[in-house]
Design a protein around this ligand. Structure first.
Ligand SMILES: NC(=O)c1ccc[n+]([C@@H]2O[C@H](COP(=O)([O-])OP(=O)(O)OC[C@H]3O[C@@H](n4cnc5c(N)ncnc54)[C@H](O)[C@@H]3O)[C@@H](O)[C@H]2O)c1
Ligand SMILES: O=c1ccn([C@@H]2O[C@H](COP(=O)(O)OP(=O)(O)O[C@H]3O[C@H](CO)[C@@H](O)[C@H](O)[C@H]3O)[C@@H](O)[C@H]2O)c(=O)[nH]1
Length: 331
């Protein structure tokens, strides 16, 4: 029988990619989403329960109704910059959301949870690339809320036996390799979509936030990972929990760093168009460099990023922002 998985935030950028892959690989995904930033049409035929994860009885009712055996918890507010100016919303939605989710899961007797954590929990890393045991000391409210959620999961394991995999993604990017869905955040604040929009003339110049970081070209460095690679990792994490594997915290990254200027150059190469830029002050809450050591995810889940080179990420994302692109043939 196909196992049913409740996917909170399933209508979002990463969640919808995971839902499609789950369905293709023999699971029965059910999205649970309040559509605050997600899109119903990103899910195709996959069922959606419209609800809020802060509402524990609604979570429990959805788990019971669909007889779900596990949860993937994507639902959250996820903008680093916004979290600095609206921290109350982040604590309410992300930590309040985890409280509601865990209470709903307990009521329904579901003890397997895959959680979207983030490299933002590490703050300014003491060494690079970042390993999972390195100190987690966030420098923005978004990172604080995600770290609190990780701790809640650990406490629930001790008391209630809730097993979990906390996946600390680095920067999600790209689009569905077969052209079925792309990144549609509104407002869009992420670097790659904004660089692609600037290149197509859909928006003004790209603003580069900070050119005086202690990095080779003065701009921030991030580790970009393709959304389809992320989706694959979730399926491996689910299988690990279904096979009674122990709770884990894992980095999900490519292991390679790209600066803001590297992204600009790569967008120009892939699209054949110039990216107009303006240099601005640093954005509060941004660490200078975040790159993953992906070894533990490889060892414990057999996960390796396969589509996370910049050329593939940009080739898949470009058509969603007014460029010609090239999708993979037939899913
Ligand atoms: N995008 C990245 O680079 C990145 C990196 C690390 C971690 N993450 C995490 O991955 C997850 C998904 O990110 P994304 O980029 O797909 O974001 P997204 O905004 O596209 O998706 C989030 C989804 O959650 C839903 N949602 C939000 N609050 C909700 C609530 N209270 N109840 C029910 N649904 C709710 C939204 O409607 C949306 O569909 C988030 O938890 C985010 O923190 C993202
Ligand atoms: O117009 C822009 C937008 C971004 N940046 C820079 O580009 C880098 C990447 O920024 P962005 O694409 O906004 O991603 P992050 O702020 O790194 O946050 C993403 O990646 C985090 C992990 O690093 C996740 O936890 C978050 O949810 C996700 O939004 C940062 O140095 C930004 O300062 C610019 O210079 N100009």
């Amino acid at each position: 029988m196909r196992s049913t998985v409740l996917v909170t935030g399933g209508a979002g950028f990463i969640g919808s990619q995971a839902c499609r892959l789950l369905a293709e690989q023999g699971w029965s995904p059910v999205a649970f989403d309040n559509l605050s930033t997600g899109h119903r049409d990103a899910l195709g035929e996959i069922p959606l329960v419209r609800g809020d994860v802060r509402d524990a009885p609604a979570v429990a009712a959805a788990l019971d109704r669909y007889d779900a055996s596990a949860i993937i918890h994507f639902a959250a507010k996820a903008y680093v910059g916004e979290s600095v100016v609206q921290p109350a919303d982040y604590w309410d939605n992300n930590v309040g959301g985890m409280i509601g989710l865990l209470a709903g899961a307990r009521a329904a007797g579901v003890t397997r949870i895959v959680f979207s954590s983030t490299c933002a929990t590490y703050g300014v890393p003491g060494r690079l690339p970042i390993r999972e045991n390195d100190l987690q000391r966030p420098i923005n409210p978004y990172g604080h809320t995600k770290l609190a959620c990780e701790q809640m999961l650990r406490d629930h394991e001790v008391a209630y036996g809730t097993r979990h995999v906390a996946l600390r993604y680095f920067n999600a990017a790209g689009a569905d390799p077969w052209g079925r869905m792309g990144e549609r955040h509104e407002p869009e604040t992420h670097l790659i979509p904004l660089a692609l929009r600037a290149a197509s003339g859909q928006s003004g110049p790209l603003r580069i936030f900070g050119t005086d970081y202690d990095t080779p070209d003065g701009t921030c460095i991030r580790d970009y990972i393709h959304v389809h690679d992320l989706a694959r990792a979730h399926l491996l994490a689910l299988r690990h929990l279904e096979e009674e594997g122990e709770s884990l915290a894992l980095n999900l990254g490519s292991g390679r760093g790209s600066s803001v200027r590297d992204i600009v150059a790569a967008v120009e190469t892939v699209t054949g168009r110039a990216v107009p830029v303006i240099e601005e002050a640093r954005r509060p809450g941004d660490p200078p460099v975040l790159t993953a050591d992906p070894t533990r995810a490889a060892e414990s889940l057999g996960f390796r990023a396969e589509m996370s080179d910049l050329a593939t990420i940009l080739r898949h994302a470009a058509p969603w922002f007014g460029h010609e692109g090239r999708h993979e043939q037939a899913a």
